[in-house]
Ligand binder design. Structure first.
Ligand SMILES: C[S@@+](CC[C@H](N)C(=O)[O-])C[C@H]1O[C@@H](n2cnc3c(N)ncnc32)[C@H](O)[C@@H]1O
Length: 238
């Protein structure tokens, strides 16, 4: 299996240590969480706390076996939170697609207290953790839901995601199509994807299918992609 976190990001601590830790963490994460998105209920629970330190926030989050990046914040997630787009003024509905234990959703909730943040994941254990982490952080505006629980007519002003690349290309495309076409007119999505896991071909696919996509930033093998709602389809239920 390929590692998710093969590179440490500058600024996230000792890079040599980080890189070694990433590799060790990912090997153990892969063993413990093969197909982490299924949330196998039989996987023994072992809750633990990890820290998420950002220039504006200092959070402690609870993780567990069976969820993505259980032993430390994923480097791509941290990159998205550090250098990804901020929400525009006046937004009301935001989405964290594939929320896991809530690193992105909780930060979005705290940074945008007037907005509602939908945190969506198929993994029940991840949803429970996200819900608890949002409460513990005081992010009362985070709503955790299964994908089908999100009201049909709801449209999002912006979406953030460290998407589940490992579900496979066709499933990933279907997932992105489903949610990108729920962006409100003028809405944007902000994705972090590893280059060696197909960031550039995903960007081309998105662009080719009408979601204008630009590379906002690139560092240490990660790409931050900004994706615009498809003209004409914006806000149209599909
Ligand atoms: C790369 S992880 C990111 C988790 C979290 N946002 C983070 O940054 O740590 C992708 C997440 O997508 C979830 N996922 C997989 N398939 C999904 C689907 N069809 N709908 C929603 N979430 C899904 C997985 O369970 C996983 O938690």
């Amino acid at each position: 299996m390929e590692d998710w976190n093969d590179d440490a990001l500058p600024g996230s601590g000792d890079e040599t240590t980080d890189r070694a830790t990433d590799r060790a963490t990912d090997r153990s994460t892969d063993r413990a969480t093969d197909h982490y998105w299924t949330g196998s209920p039989e996987l023994r629970s072992r809750p633990r706390d990890i820290d998420l330190l950002l220039p504006d926030l200092d959070l402690r989050l609870t993780t567990d076996n069976g969820v993505f990046a259980a032993d430390r914040i994923d480097s791509g997630t941290r990159y998205l939170l550090m250098e990804g787009s901020a929400a525009p003024e006046g937004v009301s509905e935001l989405l964290d697609l594939g929320c896991g234990y809530g690193a992105i959703a909780v930060v979005l909730g705290l940074r945008n207290p007037a907005a509602r943040v939908w945190a969506v994941d198929v993994n029940p254990r991840a949803r429970d953790l996200c819900r608890a982490n949002a409460v513990a952080a005081g992010a009362g505006n985070v709503v955790v839901a299964e994908p089908d629980e999100v009201p049909e007519g709801l449209r999002f002003d912006a979406l953030w995601s460290n998407p589940p690349i490992r579900i496979g290309k066709d499933a990933l495309h279907a997932l992105l199509e489903r949610w990108l076409d729920r962006l409100a007119p003028g809405g944007r999505a902000h994705l972090v994807v590893q280059r060696h896991l197909g960031a550039d071909s995903l960007a081309s696919w998105l662009d080719h299918h009408g979601w204008a996509t630009t590379r906002r930033a690139s560092r240490k093998g990660y790409r931050l992609l900004d994706v615009s709602a498809r003209p004409g389809d914006e806000g149209t239920p599909r």
